[in-house]
Every structure is written in C-alpha cells, then in structure tokens.
Design a protein around this ligand. Structure first.
Ligand code: AQP
Length: 334
C-alpha cells in the first residue's frame, strides 16, 4: 500500500460549531488542503455515542458540512463526506475492537469526562469511541491528523492500535502510524465562563462559547459577559497562567490578530479588561460573522450540500474498499 502523505480529520455533528472547533481544527484543515491530499469527515457515527434526536442529527450533518464549506474547505480539493455513508468505518472499527485492549480504553480521559459519575449508564459506543476513531484514520491509511489537543490521547491510541495490528498480523509498516497535527498556540480554546473547561458544543450555557453562527450583537454580549478579572491585565505570562479565563481571552485575541502571545501580552499589559474585550469583540465580529452568514446562505440549498456529501462518499468509498480488501486478507476473512 502507498504511504504518501494523507490528511484525515473529522468533526461531530453535535450542534453549532464554535470558535474552539474553528481555531483548533477548521482553520488548520483549510491550510492543509493547500499542501496535501485531505479527507474531511462529518463523523455522525461518533455523534450517536451520546443520544441525538434524529431530526436534529440530520440537520446538524448538513450544518456541519455547510460550516466546512463556509470556512473554506473546497470539495474539488478535499474529499468531504459523512462517516455513516461509508460502511467501511464500522467494519474496520469492529476488527480494531478486537485488536485494541480494554486496559488501553480504560485510560482515556475523554470517556471519564463525558461519562460523568455514572459510568455504568454510558453507552458502550462512547467507551469504544477511540477504536472507531482509529478505524476512521486507518481506513484511508492517513498519515496526518489535524486535531485540537483534547484529541491527542485518542491519536496516541490509534498509533498503538496500528502498531499492534501490524505486529499481530505480521505485516510491518502495513498501517502507517498517524501523526497528530496540533497547533502550538491554540491547542485548546476554553469556555468563556470557566477557563478550566474546554469550549464545547454540548456545554449547557450558550454564553460559554462563540458559535460560528452568532451575530455581532451576540458576540458583543458574550464577550462583555465573559469571565475575566478586576485587576488590570498583567504583563507576565506566569501571572496570567494563574488566571485561566483571562489567559484564554488573550490567547484568542492573539490568534485572531496573528500575533504571538508574548507580543499581545506586552501590548495589553496594564490595560483594563474592558479594553481587551472591546478589541476582541471587533476582531471576532470581522472574522466570524462572514462565516456565519455563509453557513446560512449555504443552508438555503440543502440539495447542494447533500450532493457534495454524496460525491465525497463515492470517492471515499473507493479508497476505503481497496484498503479493506487488503485488511480482510491480512486478518484471514474471506
Ligand atoms: N475547545 C476546543 N479548542 C480547540 N479545539 C477544539 N476542538 C473541539 N473543541 C475544541 C477540536 O475540534 C475538532 C472537532 O471536535 P468534535 O466536534 O468532533 O468533538 P469534540 O472535541 O468533542 O468537540 P465539542 O465541541 O466538545 O463537542 P461535544 O460537546 O459534542 O463533545 C477536534 O479536532 C477537536 O479537537
């Protein structure tokens, strides 16, 4: 099998995409599409590891695809499709369920976070979610996976699974070991209400995140209400690190203005947070609201979006089937 560079990544259609998805994943997806072959997937099978209302799920798949397109993903350059339309994901996931070890899954912190205190009631799907993620990547022999830092542990598991498969079936280098591509500055965008939690679609309070579809008014309100500090902005990173909400606002501002964190801190040192918030709302409005408007516009023609997904899944299926043929052979399946 060829070991050329190939990017794979996915986003769950679990609701409005937000600034964390945008800075942690989508922006990176778009820049990679200029340099490498890329496959971007709306991972609907991952979404149902937590119950989704079927009508909402259907709409969210279309909206997530529209968000891909609105941020600049081009279906003529990248393969864009939804996971459940290529059955190879589920088939390989089963094979990898038999390669992956219970002890490895028990170490996954995302399961612990998402399952909460009553783990017995979490779905089995949520528990084995990382094996499906490994299948997503390995099905295409992907070599690079752009993700936010929250997914680093799952990526490491994918590498362990790939390595064990290669060893168990005596096929050295059969699966490439996928490399995570994690942006250094903005690996994790945190909640606007609690700087120790990541910004997330499923967080109850809408004030915890900036959604890609928020209008200028909503962005202004959310940034004004964002937790910060009564002191002026400190000039040292060490001091800011003890104030996670403040550091988060400065990190977002520095990312959106393409400036280094150090430069932004020295520019803001000694100023009131209201000054930072005003500037931050301005840059957010100028970068995010055009994306939101484009999402709305794309959603007016759902058949166009469905058509893009259909064409993408046809292309993805060809690659998946060819790889699956070899995988079945290695495992001894007829
Ligand atoms: N806060 C974040 N900061 C940086 N990157 C983030 N990503 C998600 N949140 C942040 C990255 O976005 C990509 C798609 O994530 P996902 O939607 O598939 O799953 P998730 O990480 O579980 O995102 P959410 O918003 O927290 O969804 P829910 O609430 O449904 O679980 C990934 O590359 C992720 O790293």
């Amino acid at each position: 099998m060829s070991k050329k560079k190939l990017v794979f990544s996915g986003v769950q259609p679990t609701g409005n995409l937000h600034l964390g998805n945008y800075l942690g994943a989508l922006k990176n997806f778009v820049s990679l599409q200029k340099k490498m072959e890329c496959i971007y997937c709306v991972v609907d099978l991952h979404a149902i590891t937590v119950f989704q209302d079927p009508n909402n799920l259907h709409d969210n798949v279309l909206e997530t695809t529209a968000s891909f397109l609105a941020t600049g993903l081009d279906p003529n350059k990248s393969i864009i499709f939804n996971q459940s339309s290529v059955s190879g994901h589920a088939e390989l996931a089963w094979i990898l369920n038999c390669v992956s070890r219970i002890g490895w899954l028990n170490r996954m912190t995302q399961f612990k976070d998402k399952a909460g205190t009553d783990k017995e009631k979490a779905s089995v799907g949520l528990y084995i979610y990382p094996n499906l993620m490994a299948a997503d990547i390995l099905l295409y022999q992907a070599t690079h996976v752009p993700v936010g830092a929250d997914q680093k542990q799952h990526l490491e598991l994918s590498r362990d699974i790939a390595q064990k498969f290669n060893k168990d079936f005596n096929c050295k280098n059969f699966f490439p070991l996928p490399e995570p591509l994690i942006s250094k500055n903005i690996s994790r965008i945190m909640s606007l209400r609690d700087g120790t939690k990541k910004m997330s679609k499923s967080e109850e309070s809408d004030f915890s995140r900036i959604n890609l579809k928020d209008n200028a008014d909503e962005i202004n309100k959310k940034i004004k209400k964002a937790k910060s500090d009564s002191d002026v902005i400190p000039g040292e990173l060490k001091v800011l690190e003890k104030k996670p909400e403040s550091l988060n606002l400065i990190t977002i501002y520095s990312e959106l203005t393409n400036s280094s964190l150090e430069k932004t801190i020295s520019e803001m040192a000694g100023k009131e947070y209201s000054h930072l918030k005003k500037k931050l709302a301005e840059v957010l409005i100028s970068e995010i609201t055009p994306v939101g408007k484009e999402i709305q516009k794309l959603l007016e023609d759902k058949s166009h979006i469905k058509n893009i997904l259909k064409k993408g899944s046809e292309k993805a299926n060809i690659i998946a089937e060819e790889n699956l043929k070899n995988i079945r052979e290695k495992v001894g399946l007829i």
